[in-house]
Design a protein around this ligand. Sequence first.
Ligand SMILES: Cc1cc2nc3c(=O)[nH]c(=O)nc-3n(C[C@H](O)[C@H](O)[C@H](O)COP(=O)(O)O)c2cc1C
Length: 204
Amino acid sequence: MPTLLAIQVSPRHEYSTSRKLSAVFVEKWLAAHPGGKAIERDLMKTNLPFVDLPWIGGAFTPPEQHSPESAAAIKISNDLVAELRAADRIIIATPMYNFTIPAVLKAYIDHIVRVGVTVVDNVGQLTGKKATVILASGGDFSPGSPIEGYDHASSYLRQVLGFIGITDLDIVLAGSARAGTSGETAVEAFGEVIASAAAARVVG
Ligand SMILES: Cc1cc2nc3c(=O)[nH]c(=O)nc-3n(C[C@H](O)[C@H](O)[C@H](O)COP(=O)(O)O)c2cc1C
């Protein structure tokens, strides 16, 4: 039974373009995979501490040497890695903030990129998964746009996900997704894009 992990990042909840597009995606994926299971990891509802000294102690020493502080600090990381490892299909629905990813998504990434766990001898361990990023932004960063090069979110996510073995990655640029009336129009337009035959590869 395939499992889809949908990682939500936006704090705008019902107003969020990335969340709305993700909902379209999840619905289509479930329809295409009878018996499949969709799990949501909402980073707005997850207590994600930044990496600190106890966390580093937990990440770089064997469990039997962990202090109570390190054991507690590394637990959320272990849980998130297990959740990600169990997923066959991954979607990350995120806004662009200041030309890159929101801090909460970076905090998540710092928990799941683990030397000796998800990366061993520089080889990513989470292979065999397919992932899609839906990147909502106010600007249009699509190929040919004069601001295409300002999009540091796409290149960063491709690099860091590839580092842990997730190399089969599609990135859907949901640009011009401003809040308000134009944002609503953009959601409908992108919903159609995701529903289209061309996007079947993305949803599959
Ligand atoms: C703090 C903040 C920073 C933003 N930075 C950018 C940016 O660098 N480039 C851009 O095109 N849009 C930027 N935006 C606009 C959002 O990417 C856009 O509103 C997007 O739709 C947000 O995703 P959401 O609708 O899923 O919340 C920013 C918005 C906020 C709140």
